[in-house]
Design a protein. Structure first.
Length: 548
């Protein structure tokens, strides 16, 4: 009876704290997030870009990435680049497409090239806090400075405005910013650029790179994200992504792929006389060996052993590599980047084994299994739990996140705080994570997507997906907003004791604080893990709050 009474008081305490914190903090939290700004020096450029069509805010139209009348018009991008003097032809490029892993692979490969001393340009999307993150330059890989970006925009503004007028206003935010990035790379005497495709490949704005200017193309994975925009099937997505393959230039494929998808990629490469290097080749013996800490930062110990004989003769043995980016999927991305580095060696670039190791170990991306420091947690008003940020937003990336959590924190109690865009597979995402570890609670919340609310999924809609996923797994659910009376609290306490999942919704900061409170009261000796996930935009909101 004493234990039951404690459980009842605990349940009522959670209810009161959740309802009060959601009501009391919602205004302050929204205010903090809404006042975050881009760099003030970039106000003029951002005002101009915001006047253009932005598909990150509005959502991608059906068929936009396909070779059809509905597809993006690559012709207008070529005309824009022509007016700017075709800067993309003044450096070599590694072009990366894929459903998942593009950004991480770009980070790994850029870091390898910088470790060897090359001047590298890297173009990725989306960004976490500032649009400057999309363009990194030079031998240190720092985001372009606001001063340099603003100056470059102003010197090209007249040409860009003329191009927009010639195209009857149809040039998009992404097209113009891609052109600015390529122009910056040329001006800064970039030796090699690593460029991530935005959507698909064939019709993407980055695909103005011609065969002679391409060093290699990389396709990391093929999944169902942006299904409607890329033709409605995995096969059509593979065809769209294979559009970055150029005549005679090597193709590195990550994978592993199902046979029908790999056949499409290899068939396209064969038609273009492009040699294929597979990071999932049977001769590769890469393995995750365990985990360690370096200066307080978790790392995973990996062996990367490649022996590829088909098309290209490539080999390397790197034992005990300490990757800062965690998870088996990040090992696969590291292997893909290593294959690309070996291909570059075949073309006359000099990338030593030491540089490859150093580059892999130095690579880091915000919002990919990023663990906040205790100081950062204190800024959120919480302590006592580990807070992990991960921008997973598809069922495939949710599965990768689950595997990473199971490997890294196998015995820890967990709480999830989730926000997503409205065009994602919410139920599929929930199904992948509903059974992760010792899951105590899921809090659904809302954040702006690309600075706007039009693509934001409501917290109540997300919670319904988790309710449905729980029912499919025959898991009991406690809705913190329902259990209000004494009798219901007694019943709820029994559910808590039988390992039900707590579900609630509220503002982001309120959810984080309530989640950590639950973990601190229930985690025992081992600190619990609070995971903020569902979108890079929720990661951006948390990091933005820390730096506001």
């Amino acid at each position: 009876m004493k234990n039951l009474s404690i459980l009842c008081r605990f349940t009522r305490s959670i209810q009161r704290n959740m309802l009060c914190s959601v009501a009391g903090l919602v205004h302050n939290t929204r205010h903090a997030f809404s006042t975050l700004r881009e760099d003030p020096e970039l106000d003029e450029m951002m005002e101009f870009l915001d006047s253009l069509k932005n598909f990150e805010k509005s959502g991608v139209p059906k068929g936009a990435g396909t070779d059809s009348e509905d597809g993006f018009d690559l012709g207008r991008m070529r005309r824009l680049m022509g007016l700017m003097g075709n800067p993309q032809s003044r450096f070599k490029t590694v072009h990366i497409a894929g459903t998942k892993g593009k950004g991480s692979t770009a980070a790994f490969l850029s870091s390898i090239l910088r470790a060897e001393g090359y001047s590298v340009g890297c173009y990725t999307s989306p960004h976490i806090q500032t649009i400057r993150e999309r363009i990194t330059l030079g031998k240190w890989g720092e985001p372009v400075s606001a001063k340099a970006l603003n100056h470059h925009f102003n010197t090209r503004r007249e040409v860009i405005e003329r191009a927009v007028k010639l195209e009857n206003g149809c040039l998009s935010h992404f097209e113009v910013f891609t052109a600015i990035a390529f122009s910056l790379f040329a001006e800064e005497n970039t030796e090699i650029a690593v460029v991530e495709a935005g959507l698909g490949g064939a019709r993407d704005a980055t695909n103005v790179i011609s065969g002679p200017d391409l060093a290699i193309s990389i396709i990391t994975t093929v999944g169902e994200e942006h299904l409607d925009a890329l033709g409605g099937s995995l096969e059509s997505i593979a065809v769209a992504k294979s559009g970055i393959v150029k005549n005679g230039r090597p193709l590195v494929i990550g994978g592993p792929f199902v046979p029908s998808i790999e056949y499409i990629l290899r068939r396209k490469a064969s038609s273009m006389s492009s040699p294929v290097v597979s990071a999932s080749d049977l001769g590769n013996r890469s393995a995750l060996k365990g985990f360690c800490e370096v200066t307080g930062i978790p790392r995973q110990l990996c062996d990367i052993v490649l022996q590829i004989e088909k098309d290209y003769d490539l080999s390397i043995e790197l034992l005990g590599v300490k990757l800062r980016m965690l998870g088996a999927h990040q090992l696969q991305n590291a292997v893909t980047a290593t294959c690309a580095a070996l291909c570059l060696n075949k073309q006359g670039w000099s990338l030593s084994s030491g540089a490859i190791r150093t580059g892999l170990e130095s690579a880091f991306l915000q919002g990919r299994t990023q663990i906040l420091s205790s100081e950062e947690a204190n800024l959120l008003g919480v302590s006592g739990a580990t807070i992990l940020l991960d921008g997973a937003h598809t069922k495939e990336s949710a599965r990768a996140l689950e595997n990473t959590l199971q490997m890294t924190f196998p015995k820890a109690k967990m709480v999830l705080v989730v926000a997503m865009a409205n065009d994602k597979d919410h139920l599929g995402f929930a199904r992948e994570l509903i059974s992760v570890g010792d899951l105590d609670a899921v809090f659904s919340t809302e954040v702006d997507i690309a600075g706007a609310k039009s693509r934001m999924a409501s917290a109540s809609l997300l919670k319904c997906s988790w309710v449905n996923a729980s029912r499919e797994m025959n898991m009991k659910v406690l809705d913190l907003k329902v259990a209000e009376s004494e009798d219901q609290s007694l019943q709820a306490a029994g559910i808590v004791k039988s390992q039900s999942i707590l579900l609630a919704e509220g503002s982001l900061l309120a959810c984080i604080r309530a989640g950590v409170k639950i973990l601190n009261e229930r985690a025992g000796e081992q600190p619990g893990i609070l995971v903020v996930t569902g979108s890079l935009h929720i990661v951006s909101a948390v990091l933005g709050y820390l730096h506001s």
